[in-house]
Every structure is written in structure tokens, then in C-alpha cells.
Design a binder for this molecule. Structure first.
Ligand code: UDX
Length: 477
């Protein structure tokens, strides 16, 4: 049956949450869709698009795909807004208010018409607009199934009297109202927004409602894999049966786009200039001796926190490669004149600091033996498939939950949440790299093997992507 929208190549509009991790992942998804014969419009915030043009050479990289177009839209924030740290959350209200009507206008006018939207499940308004205009929508979540499910369960936690959290003394109380997580979930592992002491039931409920709504889309794409999150995926399937697990997406991308296509994992969909000199530094370090340190694209740390981490790393006597993103330190800033001399010396001897690293390559380098991470979902997946054990210091949002899964469920590392003390950091780095190294290396190697099997030809993630493309093609008929 002709829908009036139909054309030779179905037209899919892909719209990520405007953050580095989700944009990186959904641009990979977009490229996979383009190589599968879809016409792709990639919709990015103007702010991030300009950064990709500047640092990721996107026009020449994507020019080879016929019909691939980059489109831009305002994220609703003024240009000089920091879009990081605690002020990041302002983007949600701004997008709801200002981006939503612009998106609707764009979809009404766009030519050829859009057959299917792949929207970031966190941007609830995309689903509203799609439904209003009668355009099929598949949600893509670049977060873990565990986070999605914990948010889905917020109304149940409120009903059971387990939320809101009653202050800092309440943090270790067990949470039992999230099916599948009863044995290990505590208040402190819940998404960070649950911590606000003035959080009312109705604000909390709103988070749950958006998540529940996101599961009413035609389907749900997740950057995860069955062996990692099978039990939680089974829970989600009772609410949304049509799930496409296609992760780990970065590995999946490499498998499908062969080197002949001159696409490499560092094709770098980065918002900052990548400093590749660290790779030569890594080449000179012994195998598995280096701790890679990165806190992602949004975390902003205080001078005190940076100093604690720096002392902890230097005192651990381990080699380290540390990403200190521009503007990621509040206060006086990093490496000021009054930096203690032992830190400067210790870094000269065993450390290397960059503004932005080719992370996937770094994690795949033989010299890297551990990852001190903020537990963003994309970093977590990249570390898992590279078989690198993690020391987790979650900053906000889903990270508190991801780190609990890393430490307690998957046993792939240590969860250091809510501690920022040089002695603890030193001890935990040593636990990761020496004391408990064997147990972590063993479980990380096994999980990496399972992850890779999922994305090889015939594996579940590989087949799910083929099914996704077939389903999008059939939607447009
Ligand atoms: C955000 C949220 O912080 C996170 O909680 C959520 O799970 C996803 O969205 P972000 O801070 O961008 O994520 O972290 P993450 O999801 O880990 O993604 C960071 C991306 O940047 C990764 O793909 C990583 O490879 C890349 N990166 C990071 C680099 O390429 N170089 C670096 O130096 C650091």
C-alpha cells in the first residue's frame, strides 16, 4: 500500500540528544543506516553541528553517501550557555519550549517527506511531534537498559514509599521496587536527580512518565547487548516488545564498515580537537600499565576535586593518561602557578595530560590496563568491548546506576561513587591495577568476548540491525 510518502530509499530523520556521547553513537547509527540504503537526515543542534564541522570533518566524510544530509535546529539555549556541569539540565526545558515547535515546522516542510524518525528516547517531545504528524517513530536510547528500567519504575518506587530519598543518611537504604534489581539497588545508586532533597513526588513522577511514554514508540533501539543486560531487557520487553539491541555500537560499526571504506573508529565524531600524540606516548609504556582517566563531556569538577584525583593518581605510582577537557574545571582552573611541585614532577615522570583523546583507540591500546571513568554509558560500552576494567566515579544522571552495575552485577571493576579523597583514589587505583587485577581482567575479558560475539555476522546485535532496516523499509511501503 502506498502511503504517499514512499520513495526508492526510505527517508529517516535521526535526532540525538545534544551531548557528545549520544551524538557520537547516533552518528554511527546514521552511517550504518546510510550504508544500508536509507536516505538519512541527521538533525543536530546548531551549536554541536558547528563543532562537528570544525573538529570532525563531517562534510567530506559523509559526502560519499548519496542523500545523506546534515540539518540543524536550535537547542533553545543562548550561544554562550555553558551546556555543561549542573547547568546542563536546563537544556531539557529549553528544547521543550523552543525546539519542539521548530521541529514540527521542519517536519511539515521537509522534502522528501520523512518516512520514519529515530529520536533520542530522552527527548520526549520528539515522540509527541511524530504522533501529531502521523510519522512512525522508533526511539533510540544511548543509555543502558538498566537506566531506562529504573526510570520506568519511579512511579512504583513512589507507590512503595521508597522515594523520595530522605537526605544523606538515607543513601544506603535498599530499594526493592525495581523488578530485577531488588538484590543490589540502594538509594545512592538511583539516577542523580532522585537525590535532590526538595524533589516532590510530582517532579519525580514526570521522569517516570516520560520514560513510560518513550516505550510507546514503534520500537526501541538500544546500544546494549543481551549477555550484558538480558534480565533487564526481559523486563522492558513486557512493556515494549519490539526492541533492537544493536550494541556495542562502536564495535558493530567497525565490523560493518570495513577498512576498505576508510572508516575507522577514530573517524571521531568529536566536539573537541583530538590530540593523537598520546598514542605515541602509549606506544612507549609497558603492557597494561596505564590508567586512562576521562570524565566525559559534561562533568565539571572543582579545583579541590581535581587536586584529590591528581594526588591520588600520582601517589598510586601508576602511569596515567588523563583527559582534562577544556572548561571542565571550575574555579581557578587546572595547572595553575601554585600547582604542588610533587604533582608536576609525578606527572612528568609517569603521566600524560590531553584536552581530548581518541578514546576508542586509547582503550584498545595494549598499554592501557584500567579506566577511571565517569561511567557515561558510551564510555562504559567502549570499555567493556575493549576488555578494560573500570574504576567508576559517577558524576550525574544515569552514571550512578551504571557504576553500580559495573561493580556489583557485572564485576568489571570498582564503584567509587560519592568519594573524592586522595587516599581512597590511590587505594582504588592500586586495587584495580594490582591487588584485584586478576579477577577484573578475567571477567572483563569474558564480557568483551561476549560483546564481540553479539556484533559478528549472525550474532544477535548484528541480526537486530538487519531487522531494523527491514522494518524501516516496510514502514515506508
Ligand atoms: C552523556 C552523559 O554524561 C552520560 O551519563 C550518558 O550515559 C550519555 O550521555 P558523556 O558525558 O558524553 O555522556 O559520556 P559518554 O556517554 O561516556 O560519551 C563520551 C563519548 O566521548 C564516548 O563516545 C567517548 O569515546 C568520547 N570521548 C571521550 C572521546 O572521544 N575522547 C575523550 O577524550 C573523551
Amino acid at each position: 500500500m502506498e502511503s504517499g510518502r514512499s520513495q526508492a530509499s526510505p527517508h529517516v530523520l535521526i535526532f540525538p540528544l545534544p551531548i557528545q556521547g549520544p551524538v557520537n553513537a547516533m552518528l554511527k547509527l546514521a552511517e550504518l543506516c546510510a550504508t544500508s540504503g536509507l536516505k538519512v537526515s541527521f538533525l543536530n543542534s546548531e551549536y554541536n553541528h558547528n563543532r562537528l564541522v570544525r573538529f570532525a570533518n563531517i562534510h567530506s566524510r559523509f559526502g560519499k553517501y548519496p542523500g545523506f544530509e546534515f540539518r540543524t535546529i536550535s537547542d533553545g539555549l543562548p550561544r554562550d550557555h555553558p551546556r555543561s556541569g549542573s547547568r546542563f539540565m536546563e537544556i531539557f526545558e529549553a528544547m521543550n519550549l523552543r525546539t519542539k515547535p521548530l521541529l514540527k515546522d521542519m517536519l511539515v516542510e521537509i522534502s522528501p517527506p520523512v518516512d520514519c524518525i529515530i529520536g533520542d528516547g530522552i527527548l520526549g517531545f520528539v515522540l509527541d511531534v511524530a504522533n501529531e504528524l502521523g510519522i512512525p517513530i522508533i526511539n533510540c536510547c544511548t543509555i543502558g537498559a538498566c537506566y531506562l528500567w529504573s526510570n520506568y519504575s519511579i512511579p512504583d518506587m513512589i507507590e512503595a514509599g521508597e522515594l523520595p530519598i530522605k537526605g544523606s543518611e538515607d543513601m544506603d537504604r535498599p530499594i526493592t521496587a525495581v523488578p530485577g534489581m531488588e538484590k543490589f539497588l540502594r538509594c545512592r545508586d538511583l539516577p542523580s536527580f532522585c537525590r535532590a532533597s526538595n524533589m516532590s513526588d510530582s517532579t519525580l513522577l514526570r521522569y517516570g512518565t516520560v520514560t513510560r511514554k518513550s516505550l510507546t514508540a514503534c520500537g526501541l533501539i538500544l546500544n546494549t547487548f543481551e549477555e550484558l543486560e538480558g534480565p533487564i531487557l526481559s523486563q522492558i520487553r513486557t512493556k515494549c516488545p519490539n526492541i533492537y539491541t544493536i550494541g556495542p555500537l562502536n564495535e558493530h560499526f567497525k565490523i560493518r564498515l570495513s577498512p576498505e571504506n576508510e572508516v575507522s573508529s577514530q573517524s571521531s565524531n568529536c566536539f573537541w580537537e583530538v590530540d593523537r600524540n598520546c598514542m605515541s606516548w602509549l606506544d612507549k609504556q609497558p603492557n597494561q600499565s596505564v590508567v586512562y582517566v576521562s570524565f566525559g563531556s559534561i562533568a565539571v569538577m572543582s579545583d579541590e576535586q581535581i587536586l584529590e584525583f591528581w594526588h591520588g593518581l600520582v601517589n598510586s605510582k601508576k602511569r596515567f593518561l588523563w583527559v582534562v577537557r577544556p572548561n571542565s574545571v571550575a574555579g581557578k582552573g587546572f595547572q595553575g602557578e601554585d600547582t604542588p611541585v610533587e604533582l608536576v614532577e609525578g606527572t612528568k615522570e609517569r603521566g600524560y595530560i590531553v584536552g581530548w583523546a581518541p578514546q576508542e583507540d586509547v582503550l584498545g591500546h595494549q598499554a592501557v590496563g584500567g579506566f577511571l571513568t565517569h561511567s557515561g554509558w558510551n564510555s562504559t560500552m567502549e570499555s567493556i568491548v575493549a576488555g578494560v576494567p573500570m574504576l567508576c566515579w559517577p558524576y550525574f544522571a544515569d552514571q550512578q546506576l551504571n557504576s553500580r552495575f559495573v561493580g556489583e552485577v557485572w564485576k568489571l571493576g570498582i564503584d567509587m561513587k560519592d568519594a573524592c579523597d586522595r587516599k581512597i583514589i590511590e587505594k582504588m587505583v592500586n586495587d584495580l591495577m594490582v591487588e584485584r587485577r586478576d579477577e577484573f581482567v578475567k571477567s572483563a575479558a569474558e564480557m568483551a568476548r561476549l560483546a564481540k560475539a553479539c556484533v559478528t555476522v549472525g550474532g544477535p546485535s548484528y541480526c537486530n540491525f538487519d531487522r531494523l532496516i527491514e522494518d524501516i523499509k516496510s514502514i515506508s511501503l
